[in-house]
Design a protein around this ligand. Structure first.
Ligand code: FES
Ligand code: FES
Length: 245
């Protein structure tokens, strides 16, 4: 008897394609794309209680975390995070990054995972108004801090000035880096307002002027694989010139 597993599970997929038609049979093995296969295998693994360490973190976090803690000596800890002015009480493996807490536990997927190594800036969020890489920050350290993600900056009906400027100046192509670029730009403009110099500032005794070179230098931690840099700089410059309303 076929045991029903969660929708999309490997066994259910197999049952859907169960047929004697050789052409359809071939599709059942090769028509499923890689992502579907991986998700299905992970869900089947969860339902059956078997280990699927490669893909489990993406699809069955709670079960995987508990199993993983027991296996590798990790420790679970309760933490309350304040994200976009909302409080979230979570029990997390102490090794969970803020990026994974946001995306996998809270469900705020606007913050992107690029390199997961602090090199691309896709995961940039604001911590007490300062920009940080969420992939390099442990979530359990942030109790009592104020975390702002792209979802907290503006809404579809009331865009943040930088969100609107990125649209006006066509500051993106695929958009994968964009949420990090915008959060980083918010933090960067605050730094410039506070008079912080950058590596390219000529005279540190006067308030920095946000030229193209200054903006490029200050945003150099945020990579754009589409190469939308000229438009990103133009978008940020347009907001810098009139200030954040
Ligand atoms: Fe965090 Fe690349 S994902 S810096
Ligand atoms: Fe595609 Fe920046 S818009 S990576």
């Amino acid at each position: 008897m076929l045991t029903r597993l969660p929708l999309g599970s490997a066994l259910e997929a197999d049952a859907r394609f169960r047929t004697n038609d050789p052409q359809r049979l071939a599709m059942s093995h090769f028509g499923t794309n890689r992502r579907t296969f991986l998700q299905s295998a992970a869900l089947a693994g969860c339902a059956l209680g078997v280990e699927t360490p490669l893909i489990a973190p993406m699809t069955c976090v709670a079960q995987y975390s508990a199993q993983n803690d027991a296996r590798s000596g990790g420790e679970a800890m309760q933490v309350t995070l304040t994200v976009n002015r909302e409080r979230w009480s979570l029990v997390l493996d102490t090794r969970t990054t803020l990026l994974d807490a946001l995306r996998e536990h809270i469900g705020l997927t606007g913050t992107k995972k690029g390199c997961d190594h602090g090199q691309c800036g896709a995961c940039t969020v604001l911590l007490n108004g300062r920009r940080i890489n969420a992939c390099l920050t442990l979530a359990v350290m942030l109790e009592g801090d104020d975390i702002t993600t792209i979802e907290g900056l503006g809404a579809a009906s009331t865009l943040h000035p930088l969100q609107a400027a990125f649209i006006t100046h066509d500051g993106f192509q695929c958009g994968y880096c964009t949420t990090g670029q915008i959060c980083s730009a918010v933090g960067m403009l605050a730094e410039a307002d506070a008079g912080w110099p950058s590596g390219t500032t000529n005279d540190v005794a006067i308030s920095p002027v946000l030229t193209d070179a200054e903006i490029a230098e200050r945003m150099s931690g945020n990579l754009c694989r589409c190469g939308a840099y000229p438009n990103i700089v133009a978008a940020i410059k347009s907001v810098a010139s009139r200030g954040l309303e």
